[in-house]
Write a protein that binds this ligand. Structure first.
Ligand code: ADP
Ligand code: MG
Length: 262
């Protein structure tokens, strides 16, 4: 049993506070969805948990089974059992996918016996073209192939907790179904999942136990899966993301003023 615990997390990027006090607890086998509009801080949350450089933690803690992960470089967080499926997977020319996975397993003290067959089986399971297994990581892959590739890596590495940053972006309907079903099966085998998305469609196959609404760097509502339906119906506006009419009116007035000045 593993637990990722985020407490009072505040973080800034380029001097601007983006995360303004986040509390989340994800345990083995649980699926937590974090939903929020563009710019809410979803990717920032995933980056800060995983240790991407350039983010300043202002307050709070992130622990995995009691270990302070904020004190670790990203690669040690990965060895400790955290895994990030990136919103925009990186292309790594010259580095082959099968070599990456063999190295990653070895560095985790795990055997690579049978890896080739495991890759073939996993590829078949999520409709990832077998020929892409021996290609440079993500290079020249379509958006859907990249996300299938990321899902395959997740399945092979089997971390303790996975953060999915918009697994659904760039995916067609078939790929979305294949990938979200695979992650759902992993969660049934004990993977803890933090699934970040702004659409509900990811969550039809990947069934969340808890849903959190992130708006402007804060979790403004948490609930069960029914919260997805509320969001689908009412949008994020119902959760404090309504346009700010006073400022909008002021901006419109000032641009008209500018016009009249000419
Ligand atoms: P989301 O993933 O919810 O769409 P992000 O976490 O990517 O949102 O971004 C949250 C806010 O932080 C946005 O206003 C974005 O412009 C800002 N931001 C993110 N990364 C940087 C950065 N490297 N430099 C400056 N601003 C950033
Ligand atoms: Mg994002």
């Amino acid at each position: 049993m593993s637990t990722l615990e985020v407490r009072g997390l505040r973080a800034a990027v380029a001097g601007t506070e983006i995360l303004r006090g986040i509390d989340l607890t994800v345990s083995s086998g649980e699926v937590h969805a974090v939903m929020g509009p563009n710019g809410a801080g979803k990717s920032t949350l995933s980056a800060v948990i995983m240790g991407k450089p350039g983010y300043e933690v202002l307050a709070g803690t992130v622990t995995l089974d009691g270990v302070d992960v904020l004190a670790l470089p990203a690669w040690e967080r990965a060895l400790a059992g955290l895994h990030l499926v990136m919103q925009y997977p990186t292309e790594v020319p010259g580095v082959l996918l099968d070599d990456v996975l063999a190295e990653a397993l070895t560095s985790r003290g795990r055997s690579t016996d049978g890896l080739e067959q495991l890759l073939v089986d996993e590829a078949a399971r999520i409709g990832f073209d077998e020929r892409l297994l021996h290609r440079p990581l993500n290079v020249d892959l379509s958006g859907g192939e990249k996300k299938r590739n990321e899902t395959l890596q997740l399945a092979v590495l089997a971390p303790k907790v996975a953060i999915l940053d918009e697994l659904d972006s760039g995916l067609d309907i078939d790929a979305l179904r294949d990938c979200s079903r695979r992650v759902e099966a992993l969660s049934n085998d004990g993977l803890g999942v933090l699934a970040i998305t702004h659409y509900s469609r990811l969550l039809t196959e990947l069934r969340p136990d808890r849903v959190h609404v992130l708006v402007k760097g804060r979790i403004v509502a948490s609930g069960g899966p029914e919260l997805v339906d509320v969001l689908e119906r009412d949008g994020y506006a119902a959760f404090g993301d309504a346009p700010e009419p006073v400022e909008a009116a002021a901006a419109a007035a000032s641009s008209l003023d500018d016009l009249f000045k000419i």
